[in-house]
Design a binder for this molecule. Sequence first.
Ligand code: PEP
Ligand code: MG
Length: 754
Amino acid sequence: MAIPSIAVRGQRSLLRQIREALAGGGPAQTRLDMVVRVIAGSMVAEVCSLYMRRASGELELFATEGLDVNAVHVTRLKLGEGLVGEIMRQGRPLNLADAPNHPAFSYRPETGEDPYHAFLGVPLLRGGRAIGVLVVQNRTERIYTDDEVEDLQIIAMVLAEMVAGGELVAEEALKGVELAPHRPERLKGAKFSDGVAYGVAVLHEQPVTPSQLLADDVVAEEERLTKAIAGLQAQVDVMIEGQHGLVEASYEVLDTYRMFAHDRGWNRSLLDAVRNGLTAEAAVERVRSEHRARLGQARDPYLRERLHDLEDLNDRLLRHLSGAGHVARDLPENAILIARNLGPADLLEYDRTKLRGLLLEEGSAASHAAIVARALDIPSVGRLPGLRDRVSEGDPVIVDAESGEAYLRPRPDVVAAIRTRIEVRAQRQAAFARLRDTPAFTRDGAKITLLMNAGLDVDLDILRETGAEGIGLFRTEFQFMVAEELPRLDAQTALYSRVLDAADGMPVTFRTLDLGGDKVLPYLEAEREDNPALGWRAIRMGLDRPALLRLQLRALIAAAKGRPLRIMFPLVTSVDEFRAARALVETEVAWAERRGRSAPERLDVGAMIEAPSLVWHLDALLPMTDFVSVGTNDLMQYIFAADRGNPRVADRYDPLSPPALRALEAIQVACAETGTPVSVCGEMAGRPLEAFALVALGFERLSMPPAGVGPVKQMVLSCDREAARRGVSSLLKTSAGSVRNEIETLARKLYLAI
Ligand code: PEP
Ligand code: MG
């Protein structure tokens, strides 16, 4: 076949020729042979060979122009063996003037490659993984130009997608070729939201499909890319300038973003790829693949972090190209969503009825996505390194949030075991559901009021299902976190009305905005703080920005429309703060009355006890409050000086330890003495063993995530409070760092159902 000689930069026509060669039909091997011939011709190379990776890990010669054809499907190299094996291992090109002199060169007589000196090999990358290697060789000793390297990489990317898309190699020949990870894998991560699920992987960030690879109009495509890059750069600049405040990252990260976004090398690689005939999306994927392959292997945490920045930029650029945000997709039944990380609203865009689980490569249990997953009762595991490179769309996947693990492509026996566990959990759920209308009395007759934590509209649907007796903590900031802009008075009023309507007379405790710390709003300006958890957050922000707090109080009073209203303030640290906040409530009630609007039938104003300082000033605080609620998530982080969002320290200290339990006991005793209603609304209230300790300490109101209500009620019904009290009070005096084991033993001795 006559091969038209084309200029080095003529990739576009080369890609066309490859397409035409494929369209010609014929046996797969013939087509593949033609493709390597076309590439050799266009690259002015004497040899062009394609190696593919077998599942065994070996690289096999699949086609060649220039080497001995008898070596095809015969020559095999191990990972790291020979130059080709080395390219595969490193995932990056190798460009040599005199290949036989390279220490990694492995001589294979059957190929007849003796006379060739110049050697250029590039990996076939898919999603950052090398699935094969494409090589060109020349007799003369020379180094290939940067343009030639770039060209061969683009061809390799297109080949990789064509092979994977079944366009290039017969399916039979591909048997045993590792196009995508296929082995069962188990990844260890961290539990974000309890439960177990089995389903199929759905990638939140979708890869570009082979059909979108080649552009029809290069000039238009270049324009599209340039516009998207400019849009991205402007967006990043705005983020840095702080006009829209911080997004979620610190300044250093944003600064690196800016550096990368404006990086000429990155922009040039993208433009080159488009000029050579790729679509802008394919160009992004090509450059991304290369970065992943290069940086993904880096041990240096700094470099790995930079890879994350680049990933983020790539995702953003793809969004700019699509001209839209994330479009909700049709999900298969039993979808398990796979993502690097999610914003608070992302999860809500998917069809809840089909979403069975969530796996995240990053994130923390206190992240917004994890909080939303818990609110929706979607089992979730996070902090799974390398997750996205190891899983393909449609892979069977298990989320085991009981052990904090993910199983990718699990073996049938693992699936069977998981199905059994899902079944057992379902039976337990059914047992909890049967208890729904049973009031929670201990065996010795103490009434324990179980309430639910909420914060989103979706939570309201499950209020009745759980059997909770009301909402003990409504996190009003969630509405702000999922919104694109500051919710206005009418939007706030509408949400609070819906909540009160849904509660239908059951008590609802609204907590005023608890922003700051890890809850940052993209549209609200915030200064960078070295210690956000100790910084300008919650009531501190509310009192400094009284307009924002008053607007919210106005909305709450309007929504109550004469019904009873309960308001509480987060992170009160001194009695003066509570006094000032309470005065704002009274001002707003007076404002409403002056306008002839109805004041709440009954108004209860409370404080959250989250700062240790208040534990030592309860005698002053309690007489000013109508109730208090202990936010153990924050109280523990401040008692133990351990950032709750930092996985390195968050689980280091145990709330079931003498210092924590003594602080809780002090609060309970002070409240009992003054007759102040007190509840516990941190996550520990929803865990049966911890809830047992709280009941033993005398707490009678517990507010928890919806999934906790059933298990905690079952515990309460089996609990002898007096025996529990005696057992736990003796443990408070021990010198142990944690008394978890002892409390577990006590619970067993008392035949507790936990
Ligand atoms: C807490 O701190 O325990 C609490 C309930 O509030 P949040 O988790 O919203 O900070
Ligand atoms: Mg808190």
